[in-house]
Design a protein around this ligand. Structure first.
Ligand SMILES: C[S@@+](CC[C@H](N)C(=O)[O-])C[C@H]1O[C@@H](n2cnc3c(N)ncnc32)[C@H](O)[C@@H]1O
Length: 282
């Protein structure tokens, strides 16, 4: 499914700029990308509806007051959009013809108007937008409803197909946000795991891997990974978390890691989703 010359990249965290690292990776060499880029939150002009806290998201600003360890997260908007488009083009180059990208991002209100991410996604083969329903923040604003979701753009090459029956889990994923992770903007292992389990991908790339979440999810699903992050500090953190997860998975009573999602696993996911839907209806 993937060419042999990706071998030297596999199951490692590469501490590098993602464009530079992906630029050295062979074309059509990974089957899946699961990633969440920096959201450029600190260039916010505020939502223009001040409620005593500047109208910016409280958790984001608290967690990311100084940006990431080695990325300020405050590029001029047009530069940011062009950078992300370049990253997406490179992800598509390294993706196999049956591959797909799960690209997690967040919409926000700027000067009273919704800023979605259509400018980044314009022209890319977006097949679906998955809603990641997480809990809301504390930043109630009189101008609009409390945001409680992020989006995951499914950008798919023409031959991409889900694993058998995986489509049944639906396009709204109710998953609690990550807790207790020293990284300021990690997504939960369950989110990456759900994306990976829904495919038959063998090699999963995350070019913004932060604390290593996508690698951990890949290991849990019995897949191989390629992780890239700019920050030495987060690369160290990722390697530690991955080693801990690998130790846990090696325990005799650890859950099995199937080659591809088993029918049982897909059934369990469907049951979980139905239970979530039932509890939401109550
Ligand atoms: C939203 S975080 C990803 C968090 C990750 N999903 C996790 O669960 O820990 C974005 C990451 O992109 C990294 N980053 C920023 N600029 C980068 C670049 N040019 N190349 C690679 N990584 C970069 C940051 O260091 C940060 O860890």
């Amino acid at each position: 499914m993937n060419p042999a010359n990706i071998e030297p990249w596999l199951n490692q965290i590469h501490c590098d700029d993602c464009l530079s690292a992906m630029g050295r990776m062979p074309s059509a060499s990974v089957n899946l990308v699961v990633t969440s880029p920096p959201y450029n939150l600190l260039n916010s002009s505020g939502n223009g509806m001040k409620n005593g806290n500047g109208g910016k998201w409280s958790r984001a600003t608290l967690m990311l007051q100084r940006g990431y360890a080695e990325h300020g997260d405050s590029m001029p908007h047009d530069d940011y959009v062009e950078w992300q488009r370049e990253c997406l083009r490179e992800m598509l180059r390294v993706l196999t013809p049956d591959g797909a990208i799960f690209y997690n991002h967040k919409w926000r209100v700027q000067r009273g108007l919704l800023q979605d991410r259509a400018d980044i996604m314009d022209g890319f083969p977006v097949r679906q937008i998955i809603i990641w329903q997480r809990s809301g923040g504390f930043n109630h604003n009189p101008g609009y409803f409390l945001p409680t979701y992020e989006v995951i753009y499914l950008v798919a090459n023409p031959e991409f197909r889900l694993a058998p029956k995986a489509g049944g889990i639906g396009d709204v994923w109710q998953i609690r946000q990550d807790r207790g992770n020293p990284h300021p903007a990690s997504f939960p292992v369950e989110l990456a795991r759900r994306a990976i389990a829904a495919t038959t991908a063998e090699v999963v790339l995350d070019p913004f891997i932060g604390s290593g979440t996508t690698a951990i999810a890949s290991l849990m699903e019995g897949r191989q990974y390629v992780g890239i992050d700019l920050s030495d500090e987060y690369c160290r953190l990722a390697r530690e978390r991955i080693a801990d997860a690998a130790d846990e998975l090696a325990q005799p009573d650890a859950e099995p890691t199937p080659e591809t999602p088993s029918a049982l696993e897909v059934r369990e996911m469907l049951q979980r989703t139905r239970a979530e839907q039932r509890s939401m209806r109550r």
